[in-house]
Design a protein around this ligand. Structure first.
Ligand SMILES: Cc1cc2nc3c(=O)[nH]c(=O)nc-3n(C[C@H](O)[C@H](O)[C@H](O)COP(=O)(O)O)c2cc1C
Ligand code: SF4
Length: 423
């Protein structure tokens, strides 16, 4: 059993209370930091810990916080991204339901690091129970002196609020989220200027994922070196929540060291393949990553190792497919989601993704033509030039399909039917 850090207070039937969080060392990091370490020192510790963003882009949290200039204007904002609409991803919900004070402490510490006095949790509307838990526990933390005015007598003030999203996937993208919070149409904004310079209402804004923020109390209590040593690989740091779903016996959310092998996650934690099936492929980090195949079965699951094989660890949401799965149908299912969720702001994405969906639907229905494969490849290339990261993410599984399973696509076209369906 590997050390449990973020999920150590997880219980099968209820959330951890403030008292339980404190018994496990909760709010100790905050007490040690406030009044004893400067915001700059806190940012330096996060930088040394190599805390990479857990929301999908793997950007170093310490670097992002450092980009808030010393003389940047006030007020400054901290936004917690709890949008979590990436298909297959459910780790942030688990974190909030398991131990909400861990997130609250992480937000207070992150706010202190960038001298923000207002923190907003942007949460998807389907997570109403998580939003209510947070609202209640924020009140409890305030009464206990962990947030509000003069936190723990340090002179630092910070307030937290929960904001329910209108409910579109694009609202998870950082600049679209800022537009949404301002009540505007949630299409992405041009950057630069980056949000840390000009974000919410034109003021410096630091936006981090739930899991990233949850790591912060532990790093400040135990040190950067401790955090790095949690990982199994030289290039990794910390633990990672892996949300595993699909053709496995025990789907669920598992906290494992960064760098753990994919085969170990599937066999030891997810209970192996369902019905004794054979592993065919998986998405390693949500719907906007590419496929890993049997050749990658023992890959070390950290950001660097995935990058080296042209993929991404993304959110760590692993979706597993077995030999019985038609990869055309699986990819069609994903692209249908992306076609629905394109914000429509730029032409390549608004037009290109539905076009890919239509071609894949024809192929799956046995009506594909030999020219469809090169056409798909060309459209996918164009989508890398769309306005925001949504489009490259959307085509990642399609490119994975064409790279690793082109034979399967060709068989659909050649046989004029889906080879996985009975005739
Ligand atoms: C279309 C799209 C959707 C996204 N959805 C989320 C999301 O739901 N949650 C999240 O934390 N990051 C999401 N991201 C990534 C954010 O833009 C951003 O990189 C992240 O929230 C920053 O926090 P981190 O550095 O702690 O990961 C999304 C990005 C894109 C392009
Ligand atoms: S790439 Fe898609 S989601 Fe991003 S701005 Fe263009 S239309 Fe909107």
């Amino acid at each position: 059993m590997y050390p449990q850090v973020l999920l150590k207070n997880r219980k099968p039937d209820r959330i951890a209370t403030l008292a339980e969080y404190r018994e496990s060392g909760g709010y100790e990091g905050l007490a040690r930091v406030l009044g004893q370490r400067s915001p700059d020192e806190v940012r330096k510790v996060l930088l040394d810990a190599i805390l990479l963003g857990r929301g999908g882009a793997a950007f170093p949290a310490g670097v992002k916080m450092m980009t808030v200039a010393d003389d940047a204007p006030f007020p400054r904002y901290l936004v917690c991204n709890a949008d979590e609409m990436e298909p297959g991803t459910f780790k942030d919900r688990v974190l909030i339901h398991a131990d909400p004070h861990q997130l609250i402490e992480g937000m207070v510490l992150a706010a202190y690091a960038v001298s923000a006095e207002k923190g907003i949790i942007f949460i998807r509307p389907e997570y109403e129970s998580a939003a209510r838990i947070l609202e209640r526990e924020i009140g409890i933390a305030r009464e206990a002196g962990f947030l509000g005015k003069n936190v723990l007598g340090s002179g630092f003030n910070v307030e937290l609020a929960v904001h329910r999203s209108g409910g579109r996937y694009i609202c998870g993208e950082v600049t679209a989220q800022i537009n949404a919070l301002e009540g505007r149409r949630p299409n992405p904004r041009q950057a630069p200027p980056f949000p840390t310079e000009k974000g919410l209402w034109g003021k410096p804004t630091v936006l981090q994922n739930v899991e990233t923020l949850c790591c912060i109390p532990h790093i400040l209590r135990n040190g950067a070196q401790w955090f790095k040593e949690l990982a199994l690989t030289e290039t990794g740091a910390g633990t990672k929540l892996f949300g595993i779903s699909g053709r496995v016996n025990r789907p669920g959310c598992y906290e494992l060291p960064m760098g753990v092998r994919l085969s170990e996650i599937i066999e030891e934690y997810a209970g192996g393949m369902k019905n004794g099936g054979e592993f065919k492929a998986c998405l390693p980090g949500g719907a906007s990553t590419s496929y890993l195949t049997r050749d990658h079965y023992h890959i070390e699951m950290d950001f660097d190792a995935l990058r080296r094989v042209g993929n991404r660890l993304g959110t760590g949401a692993i979706m597993v497919f077995d030999r019985e799965t038609c990869m055309v149908a699986a990819t069609l299912n994903l692209i249908e989601f992306f076609a629905r969720e394109s914000c429509g702001w730029c032409t390549p994405c608004r037009e290109g993704i539905p076009y890919i969906r239509d071609i894949l639907a024809r192929i799956e229905a046995g009506e594909g033509e030999p020219g469809d494969i090169p056409a798909l490849k060309t459209i996918c290339k164009h989508l890398w030039y769309a306005y925001c990261a949504f489009a490259p993410g959307a085509v990642s599984p399609v490119e994975g399909l064409l790279t690793h399973f082109e034979d399967e696509v060709a068989a659909h076209i050649h046989e004029k039917k889906c080879p996985f369906k009975g005739s």
